[in-house]
Design a protein around this ligand. Sequence first.
Ligand code: FE2
Length: 377
Amino acid sequence: METLTSAKQSLAATTDFLPLQGTDYVEFYVGNAKQAAHYYMSAFGFQAIAYAGPETGVKDRASYVVRQHKLTFVLTTPLRPGNEIADHVFKHGDGVKVLALRVDDAISAWKETTARGGRSYQEPQRLTDESGEVVLSGIHTYGDTVHLFVERKNYSGAFMPGFRPWNNPHFAPADTGLLYVDHCVGNVGWNQMNPWVKFYEDVMGFKNILSFDDEDISTDYSALMSKVMSNGNGFVKFPINEPAEGKKKSQVEEYLEFYNGEGVQHVALATQDIVKTVRDLMSRGVEFLKVPTSYYDDLLDRVGKIDEDLEPLKELGILVDRDNEGYLLQLFSKPVQDRPTLFFEIIQRKGAKSFGKGNFKALFEAIEREQAERGNL
Ligand code: FE2
């Protein structure tokens, strides 16, 4: 059963020991960062921002920073075997390593979270150059994924010390209207959802604002359970999925098998004009899951009046769902690497604060059709 509570209400009585200003960046460890950066620029409309590598004194890696509005992605690849980055790519394929969170005080963030049982990934470190200072610290979360706390209030450079500005004046693809990270979903193993919910509650002061059980999220074949964790101001939301028993292998199990463990399943990117954004993304080669056109036959009966014309939604396969506060439009990409692991969600919220429960069944059936094609159902 779906249950919804307000994180703001339940946090009102206490002070937030980990005030977060939002997602600072998402860092992907990939097999070829030069080409991945090009993909996010050409297909998703990100702009070149900064680069770090041997030319900037970094010996073991190359990192490309790309940005679109408040969305910053870092694509990092190892230059040699036998280090954390190379091992990560070998084990997981391309995937999210860092969900970096903007804070006012990275030292306090590290002290507060490690004092509550968070396992340190990086002790507070001050990085300085002629543009000022960035303070970084970090803790481990599920799988090999980490949270970095980024304090950049005293920094005016392109990204952070160690990086140099990077752009190509001959290549500046137009943006696609992607604005910020709406939420990031983690897939965890059997019986691991509640321990990670507790981690976000105890270590980071998050609240469970929404829960889905396997009756909400099941098809004829497979099932999953999910709990949505939110920080106090609601700027950072992390749904956590675990597989549930079904007749066949669930999409979360397929992920865990191919990612070789727990990790980020999808990152939801917000837009204010999903029809335009999705049309742009499709024309640049981004592939999306397709629901049957019968989904649209009774859509308006299910969700009521919406501002958008039905025809473009149907043409592009955009899904709609409504909750008590409004509605949302969303669409899910196919995996963005050869392993059936990470994908993106494009979401436009028109009041709704939920995650598209009404679309789960149609969506998961679409995922299962793809799973079956891969021979993994
Ligand atoms: Fe989502």
